[in-house]
Design a protein around this ligand. Structure first.
Ligand SMILES: *Cc1c(COP(=O)(O)O)cnc(C)c1O
Length: 358
């Protein structure tokens, strides 16, 4: 079956290229190199190629199937597995990732065994906990961990990294970055181990970077959202000169009627187990678009025209059409936030449409 015309996500590769090139130059001015994070876009090879062409040779993804997808599409990058591997997938990590991030000795030991079987070396970046409380070794245990890893054959420590603002919403501030630099120096000296990557974080590091006169030993960031959506992620402020509309979401009106604004009859739970509250605003111009929470995180969509999303079930989104005069068959376009982008890129129900000019 050919893919339906709607719902679709429109992907402007020229705008993504502009954002990537601008960020490469911005961060490069203080000698910070970038990894392009592709998990946000389901490892789409069309997008990965744009990142490579704009001077981002390293592609990082938290799904091995996405790394596989890019490799099989002939993308010639170096591939980073951006999530600590599970024990059960170490062979696949060896097969598809040039570098993986790690925090567990049991996993690195198994990676070492698998690397030896495949006559290869697995490069690892050791992730350190600095307060956001997702992945990472506690700094006190770092010495010990590195000592152990250095005894393993087939494993090379190529860097250290930290992650912020993903779980705890903790900021990568000056002090955290200074602490990271100190840890890097300590490791380099103590173990005579030059670190190619001191990876300071993600799109949340923008504010720190702009304010920093000296970035210390931090020489790498892993960027997703700011490349795709043009924003930093602590306050979701637009980064100057970047496009925030490289992606747009398009749905189609499947019903357009004047109806009451208050549901009527005895009421229980809705499709998602909630009992939503409504305000009586009298009769309303209402439309339904043929998209729902099964296709995209509807809460992450913002309409480009003056209408209001009232709610969504699995396959329907109900909208207050106000004075827009939307009719059946009309298309409705939305801006997307991170959740909406991620969900629509992985959804088999959403058609991907690429364009090549701004
Ligand atoms: C997702 C992820 C990133 C990218 O984050 P953005 O906010 O999209 O820049 C970087 N590092 C790790 C470990 C991640 O999981």
């Amino acid at each position: 079956m050919t893919l339906p015309h709607t719902p679709r996500i429109e992907i402007n590769l020229a705008k993504i290229a502009h954002n990537a090139a601008t960020l490469v130059e911005l961060y490069g001015a203080k000698n910070i190199g970038l990894m392009g994070v592709t998990k946000t876009v389901c490892g789409a090879p069309e997008i990965a190629q744009v990142l490579l062409d704009q001077g981002i040779p390293m592609l990082a993804d938290s799904k091995l199937v996405n790394l596989k997808r890019m490799r099989e599409a002939g993308i010639k990058g170096s591939f980073v597995y951006l999530r600590s591997p599970s024990l059960s997938e170490v062979e696949l990590v060896i097969q598809y990732a040039d570098i993986s991030i790690n925090t567990e000795l049991a996993v690195v030991t198994k990676l070492s065994e698998a690397a030896l079987v495949s006559h290869t070396v697995q490069n690892i970046i050791v992730m350190i906990e600095m307060g956001d409380l997702r992945e990472g070794i506690m700094p006190d245990n770092l010495d010990c961990f590195i000592q152990e890893v250095l005894t393993l054959k087939g494993i090379e420590i190529v860097g250290i990294g930290v992650n912020f603002a993903c779980f705890g919403g903790v900021k990568p501030d000056d002090q955290k970055m200074v602490d990271l630099s100190l840890l890097a120096s300590m490791i380099e000296t103590k173990f005579t181990l030059p670190l190619s990557f001191v990876s300071g974080g993600n799109s949340a590091n923008y504010e720190w970077f702009m304010g920093a006169t000296d970035v210390g030993k931090v020489n790498n960031l892993r960027l997703g959202e700011s490349i795709y959506l043009g924003r930093e992620t602590l306050n979701r402020l637009v980064i100057p000169e970047l496009y925030t509309d490289a992606f747009t979401f398009v749905s189609e009106v499947i019903e357009s009627k004047v109806k009451p604004s208050m549901p009527y009859g005895e009421r229980g739970q809705n499709a998602f187990g909630e009992v939503p509250q409504f305000e009586d605003r009298g009769l309303m111009n209402r439309v339904i678009v043929g998209v729902g929470n099964q296709d995209v995180v509807v809460a992450g969509l913002t309409p480009l025209i003056d209408i209001e999303i009232l709610g969504a079930s699995s396959d329907h989104t109900v909208i207050n059409a106000k004075d827009s005069n939307l009719r059946v068959g009309d298309e409705v376009t939305f801006n997307l936030n991170y959740g909406a982008l991620l969900s629509s890129m992985v959804s088999p129900y959403v058609t991907k449409k690429y364009s090549y000019v701004i």
